[in-house]
Design a binder for this molecule. Sequence first.
Ligand code: OXD
Ligand code: MN
Length: 546
Amino acid sequence: MVRSRTLLELNQQAYPGCFLHRSNPNDVARTEHLTFICTEDREDAGPTNNWMAPADARGRLEPLFRGSMRGRTMYVVPYLMGPAGSPFSRVGVELTDSPYVVASLRVMTRMGRVATEQLGTSEMFAPGLHSLGDLDPERRFIMHFPRERLVWSIGSGYGGNALLSKKCFALRIAGVMAREEGWLAEHMLIVGIEDPTGRITYVTAAFPSACGKTNLAMLIPPAAFEGYKVWTVGDDIAWLRVGDDGRLWAINPEAGFFGVAPGTGPKSNPNAMATLDRNSLLTNVAMTPDRLPWWEGIGTEPPPGLIDWQGRAWSAKNGKAAHPNSRFTTPAKQCPTISPALDDPKGVPISAIIFGGRRARLTPLVYQSRDWEHGVFLGASMGSETTAAATGAVGVLRRDPMAMLPFCGYNTADYFAHWLAMGRRLTHPPAIFTVNWFRTDSDGKFLWPGFGENIRVLDWIIRRSRGEGIAITTPIGLLPAVRDLNLEGLALTDKTLAELLSPDIPAWNAELDEQERFFKQFGSRMPQGLINQLSDVRTQLNRVAD
Ligand code: OXD
Ligand code: MN
């Protein structure tokens, strides 16, 4: 790859084993409009997925695949998702003509013999076929055939489009398997929070792409939380099951992190910086004359002679030096806070589930659901402003239920029903919360400091999940009493706190209208339980307004 310039060697003293990859500039993010769920019945894909009949999809792609690998090497990549030897792990096999994809899969999954050993003589693996094709967006498709657990992807070398282990298998296809087998495949990080007594509480959190999941997964507590430690189990995907004890248990199916580089620096995420400085791929970042990787937010000024993500001499007038969706691909094991539970075949027990969006207005810093069904409603009615992780406009509010809008491999209404059914099997369900780190004031400045300070919110969440802590009942859910948040060492004015912690009731009615519109598109497949939740909130809001 270095010889063919698919990879450029970075400074091997400072970044041993690290390489830069520059993708085709038309191929820098997931392309949701070219991603399809191919079921016989369109209704099984549902109104929030692109759909194509399986025969049409094959007919469309077969001519594109024919001869597409000629003159290239085809790699056969068996990989294991989940800890070796775990009954909850699953095997996939990807055929690809991209060595960059192979190198990435080697970081992101448990690749090779460990997978074939887990497979044994079974034929239960998820097949994936990938070719770079000619990288023309006109001939780019990511097709999922849930019945065969099969993915066909052509025309892109970008992470979520081309590393079929990740979004395609571990979320969309695994989601279909999970529904049939009674578990959940979720777009969630997993962390363990250790308190000064040594007790570790595990939580999962779903955020849309590029909303700080990797930062939260590697959080370093501030001075006021001395003795606390965050253990990273996963930063993107969780497979969740009901344990024999009636609790929810999670594994991270992945073995690496595919994180957004811009904004990652020694202040915002020192653990990520200490993870990605060896044996890592850097994609579409800038490079200094000393061959060090560079991106906006890395903590230094752009040095003279900086080369931008497209290999051009950078100057301030060319815009960003690194692509806003530039990425690091790095082994999880290298993370200073990696949890030993990453390799635990039974996973970790989950005490709380957090849903988070990026909302400049409206949504308070944190609130708790009344119960599981209301919690599922909080997840289902999530909205978030879009980011650079997918092509398309950035900063536009879209509904993104459970942060799964682009990753649900079947009808999202059926997915909601599956969440409700899971709750009925959990005798000790996790408590469910919504958080929003992204509230801004009228000047567009963030009201909450975020990053390590988010432990203050996690602390309240953990205490609430144990039935402790103080909450105030409001129409939208249970909000923290200000005095019950540990804010020691934080200089926030009362006005800011009030803004962060109170629901904006008049605006909330408009929000409910939007949520209702979103639910209505599912017609009669939408579970009645969630429709009732929505009208309950509306009734309570109106009562408060009266
Ligand atoms: C990702 C994404 O790459 O969500 O994890 O887009
Ligand atoms: Mn993701």
